[in-house]
Write a protein that binds this ligand. Sequence first.
Ligand SMILES: Cc1cc2nc3c(=O)[nH]c(=O)nc-3n(C[C@H](O)[C@H](O)[C@H](O)COP(=O)(O)O)c2cc1C
Ligand code: SF4
Ligand code: SF4
Length: 433
Amino acid sequence: MANLQTDFIGIRSPNPFWLASAPPTDKEYNVRRAYEAGWGGVVWKTLGAEGPPVVNVNGPRYGAIWGADRRVLGLNNIELITDRPLEVNLREIKQVKRDWPDRALVISLMVPCDEQSWRDILARIEDTGADGVELNFGCPHGMSERGMGSAVGQVPEYIEMVTRWVKQYSRMPCIVKLTPNITDIRKPAEAAKRGGADAVSLINTINSITSVNLDSFCPEPMIDGKGAHGGYCGPAVKPIALNMVAEIARSPETRGLPISGIGGVTTWRDAAEFMALGAGTVQVCTAAMTYGFKVVQEMISGLSQYMDEKGFASTADLVGRAVPNVTDWNQLNLNYVAKARIDEDACIKCGRCYAACEDTSHQAIVMHPGRRFEVDEAECVACNLCLNVCPVENCISMVALPKGMVDPRTGIPVGDYANWTTHPNNPMARAAE
Ligand SMILES: Cc1cc2nc3c(=O)[nH]c(=O)nc-3n(C[C@H](O)[C@H](O)[C@H](O)COP(=O)(O)O)c2cc1C
Ligand code: SF4
Ligand code: SF4
């Protein structure tokens, strides 16, 4: 079996699957059972400063979006950081780490944005034996209104400043957790790097309102007739998270900065995708909240099997492997030509592809008598819409035309690689001549 052992900024874990800072990592009882189930590490639910405990709402704190089979696709929450006393958390962390030395245990932190507050909390956590800290600059609700969480994560100068304090007052490895509620994710990542962060983790949750009650006219979840925006996570956010991870992994300013990938990881495949885009570990919240701690077992066996099949000796062989293939649109090969092909034996004659192509694409699917569907290659632009709406997996495929073959749509033979930067229709390309 492939070796899933991971060394992430000096923090070792038997596999790259960590639980993200959230309810699954809120207390000793949970974390022990998570380790027993096989999780390689946890980021403990965010701790705040000493003082009166945080107060959560006493009503619904979650909203959701479901697929047709009622599986959770997106989860929204208005929960704050831990509402358990600091000393209880610290005591539990120390005990758990002592009993599970081979597992990663990182402490998530969020305190007011002043030097003394950070100095104080770092001094308190120093002797827990934890492996590192994660700075929660991402929580977009409740705490951000108090000048913490995403209020810090949206200002690169604050990120740099606080990270610097943390590196100054602690010897622990420091992961900066980024908010996706920002225009260009590279800026906060660059700031974290400048401040001395050992790694970044992303994404935290996305500002969201999941639904509006059309009787009470109130956003949900509803607390006594009012609703507030929450943080969105789960499978629905994975594409956003993957892009942000890739942006950091391929940017010249942040290339090589270790990344812990978060956002919608539900299966080993999701994890492998984050890793291929540069994540050294992945963190999981919604999948554990939806399916329980044992989901990690499928992740471990699936990733091991995949790595065996690929001949990868360790996770290092996978991490970052897709990064060189992430490019800008203007570098894509405009001379690449493909055509949709329908496998008539697999087709169930539902007609979705036909409706989609006929009404919103290129009128390239012909419906023959008996509901036999065929692609007209003289019209098909290979947009992929039919494949995406087809309910039968692998029924429609995209087939690339070999070089030299005439594209029946344009009458032009498939040529060598050429992109927009040199295309004759690009006025900027002409200007450069
Ligand atoms: C109920 C809930 C509470 C959360 N609390 C925290 C928190 O205290 N600190 C933190 O950094 N992230 C918190 N998160 C965000 C998660 O750690 C994670 O970044 C996010 O859920 C995306 O991962 P997922 O798609 O696997 O859920 C919370 C998420 C949820 C759903
Ligand atoms: S790939 Fe696009 S253009 Fe071609 S048949 Fe499918 S939907 Fe139509
Ligand atoms: S969507 Fe798929 S299954 Fe339905 S008619 Fe088209 S090819 Fe056949």
